[in-house]
Write a protein that binds this ligand. Sequence first.
Ligand code: CIR
Length: 255
Amino acid sequence: MKLAITRPVSPALDRCELSFVNRSPIDIGLAVSQHRAYLDALFACGCSVRELAAEPELPDSVFVEDTAVVLDEVAVITRPGAESRRPELRSMASMLGEYRELVQIAAPGTLDGGDVLRIGRTIYVGESARSNAAGIEQLRTLLKRFDYRVQGVPLRGCLHLKTAVTRVAPDLLLVNPAFVDAGMFDGMHSIAVDPAEPHAANALLINEQVIYPQSCPRTAARLQARGASITHVDMSETEKAEGGVTCCSVIFDVE
Ligand code: CIR
């Protein structure tokens, strides 16, 4: 069974961190109803959902993906590159401790879960403004005993690795070639996003179903032409906070 950990939208979401997106007004009521529909989509794709307690004072706390990297053997509690986000860790660690051994990234390392993409035994990590060399090296050391290889990936012009590339089928990646070199990922095929949709590379694959934003119809058509089965969600409000479909959950296998 798959479990998705999520957290409600903070009413302070419009005070979120922003790096590559201009600030625009966020409709919190709409964000809340879109998040509810996102939880329904997770459920429809076969996940059980557990919600962390709301953190109304932490603007970006809905973006739980950045706080942890969960593997079959262990959960890594990250140290987000944005200091404002570090108070989000405690509650995630407490819930994940029910399911996995915990290890943690420590100062001066920084690591955002949005920068981490696992393909088999290789853990790709975006060399972003949020995940530094010390954080990537710590992750390498922590995961060595479980036989994972950690590989840094250069990025340009985007927040996280998963802004640039995500997996949409076992051997298929959805990539924005403007942000990352698709040749970095050994043995994988790739589809490019439509150039008119720069934020289209963030898709969430669960049990052969792709949760995908309504805001990227041209790239959705490319995915469907390659046989992807898409569950559409409207993420307009979290997109204004620079978050996509992967950002709002931490998903892993449980007994
Ligand atoms: C941030 O800048 O930290 C948030 N406003 C957005 C984080 C999105 N998270 C993700 O892509 N994993």
